[in-house]
Write a protein that binds this ligand. Structure first.
Ligand SMILES: Nc1ncnc2c1ncn2[C@@H]1O[C@H](COP(=O)(O)OP(=O)(O)OP(=O)(O)O)[C@@H](O)[C@H]1O
Length: 253
């Protein structure tokens, strides 16, 4: 059974000038457990709307969305979203931010939760910063706190909505490697929404290309390649060109 099964999904919004603005027009795909699927699409096509529906924050008008064969349970710790905007609490230390989501009895007493928080802080390279406040950290370090905060609750699905797009180019590349390293240790199902084709090529097992709004899936690409990947190779160049062509960007011959 697929982890996520989406079929015939549709969504419209009320348009500012009256009438309906169709945004999603019949999206179908499945994601297997442990698979990393990237969804790329042109600006304004409906990527964030699709992600909000997939993560359970928004209801579709039509179609079905099943998680483990069941109707979507809505937002829950089973599915964690990481977006470009960040969600770290500025008034809590790194350790307190990481402990925040550990509310279950299985997480034990405070001392055990603090130990778990420190383990995850170390996993994302923040050892020694457990007692630092967010304003004392760089943008890349804040992103690491967010990754740790997502992984510590052991979500079954990670929803990544342009997670690294607010970082500078070098930090963006670092965080891709960091994410892949953690995913190799702790297998999760991942859905990444991005406009960055290279980000998708670097990390995903499969890439779905969305059409302009009202969006549907226009093309699908399989990437049966081991990690770490070289972004410059004849195979990657061919894939990149094919995806950019689907997005309406022809490379000069
Ligand atoms: N709550 C809403 N009410 C009305 N219209 C909306 C709403 N949310 C999104 N839209 C419209 O739906 C369309 C798709 O928006 P969405 O943010 O999903 O696109 P996107 O592909 O994520 O965009 P970008 O690449 O620029 O981030 C846009 O035209 C937007 O104005």
């Amino acid at each position: 059974m697929p982890k996520i099964a989406v079929s015939g999904l549709t969504k419209s919004f009320k348009a500012a000038k009256g009438g309906q603005l169709p945004v999603i027009q019949g999206v179908d795909f499945e994601v297997a457990e442990g698979e990393f699927v990237a969804i790329v699409g042109p600006s304004g096509c409906g990527k964030s709307t699709l992600m909000n529906i997939l993560a359970g924050f928004e209801k579709p008008d039509g179609g079905s969305l099943l998680i483990d064969g069941q109707p979507h349970p809505g937002p829950s710790p089973q599915g964690i979203v990481i977006s470009q905007y960040g969600s770290v609490f500025p008034w809590l230390t790194v350790q307190q931010n990481l402990m925040f989501g550990l509310t279950g009895v299985e997480h034990g007493v405070d001392a055990e939760r603090a130990k778990l928080a420190d383990h995850y802080a170390a996993m994302v390279g923040l050892k020694g910063f457990e007692n630092a406040y967010p304003h004392e950290l760089s943008g890349g370090m804040l992103k690491r706190v967010e990754l740790a905060r997502a992984f510590i609750v052991k979500p079954e699905i990670l929803y990544l909505d342009e997670p690294f797009s607010a970082l500078d180019a070098l930090m963006n590349l670092r965080m891709r490697n960091e994410l892949l390293r953690i995913l190799a240790e702790e297998k999760h199902t991942v859905l990444l929404i991005t406009h960055d084709v290279d980000e998708a090529l670097y990390m995903a097992d499969r890439i779905l290309v969305l059409s302009p709004r009202p969006t549907r899936i226009q093309a699908r690409f399989e990437l049966d390649m081991p990690h770490p990947r070289r972004l410059i190779s004849p195979e990657m160049d061919q894939l990149r060109e094919a995806i950019l062509k689907e997005l309406g960007l022809e490379m000069p011959g």
